[in-house]
Design a protein around this ligand. Structure first.
Ligand SMILES: [Zn+2]
Length: 209
C-alpha cells in the first residue's frame, strides 16, 4: 500500500523540511518572510498540486521574491499538503515539485511541508505554527514555543518577520509567531503587497479566535 512507502520515507512526526544555505551576495536583515505556496507563489488547485508540471508560477512572483531577498529577508515556504498522508503520493514528489519551484523563482532558505490531515492532530498543519517555528529554528537557531490563541499576539523574533498567505490558517500560523500578516487573494497577490512588506508596514489585523 502506497501509504506504507510514505511512512517509511518520513516518520510523519513533523513537517518535511528542506533547508538551503543562503545563496551568494546576501546581507540578511535577520527577518524571515514566511510564504504560503499554493495561491501565493503558484496558482492553487482544489485537487492539490500533484506534479511539477501542475506548478505554475503566477505573474511577477519571481520579481517579488527577488525584491524580498534584495531587501534582506530569508524566505521560508510553509505549505499544507495532506495529499501525502492521504496516500496520493510521497515525499519524493514534494522534492520534485520544490526543485521546479526553485528553478523558477530562485533558491529558498527553507521549504516546509506538512504532510498531515486534520485528523492526524499534528503541530505543523497551519494554523498551527510548527512549520514556521521549525523554519526559524533551522535558519536562526531560535523559535517560539507553543501557542496560546487566547492571549495577545506574541512578539516576533525579528520585528520585520512577515507571513503572506491566502487563507485564515496562514494568518493564524503567522499570528502565532508574531509576524506581520498580509492576506492575498485572486486580485491582490504578492506583487501587489510586496512594497508594503518591504516598507515595514504593520500588515493586516487578525484575531485568531
Ligand atoms: Zn503536520
Amino acid at each position: 500500500m502506497h501509504i506504507d512507502v510514505v511512512l517509511s520515507a518520513h516518520n510523519m512526526e513533523g513537517p518535511i523540511h528542506e533547508h538551503n544555505e543562503a545563496p551568494d551576495r546576501f546581507e540578511w536583515n535577520g527577518a524571515i518572510a514566511y510564504l504560503d505556496r499554493d495561491g501565493v507563489l503558484n496558482y492553487g488547485s482544489p485537487n492539490y498540486i500533484n506534479t511539477p508540471d501542475e506548478l505554475v508560477i503566477m505573474p511577477d512572483v519571481k520579481e517579488s521574491v527577488q525584491k524580498l531577498r534584495n531587501s534582506g529577508y530569508k524566505i521560508a515556504i510553509t505549505t499544507n499538503q495532506s495529499a501525502i498522508m492521504r496516500g496520493l503520493w510521497g515525499e519524493d514528489r514534494i522534492h520534485d515539485i520544490h526543485r521546479k519551484l526553485q528553478q523558477e523563482i530562485g533558491t529558498l532558505d527553507a521549504l516546509m511541508t506538512c504532510p498531515h490531515r486534520n485528523r492526524d492532530r499534528c503541530k505543523c498543519r497551519k494554523p498551527q505554527p510548527g512549520m514556521l517555528n521549525m523554519a526559524s529554528d533551522l535558519i536562526r537557531g531560535e523559535s517560539h514555543s507553543g501557542v496560546n490563541w487566547w492571549k495577545k499576539k506574541p512578539q516576533p523574533i525579528h520585528k520585520l518577520d512577515v507571513m503572506v498567505g491566502d487563507r485564515d490558517s496562514d494568518l493564524g500560523a503567522g499570528w502565532a509567531v508574531g509576524a506581520r500578516l498580509f492576506k492575498v487573494n485572486d486580485e491582490i497577490g504578492l506583487p501587489e503587497v510586496i512594497d508594503r512588506i518591504i516598507n515595514g508596514e504593520p500588515g493586516d489585523d487578525f484575531n485568531p479566535v
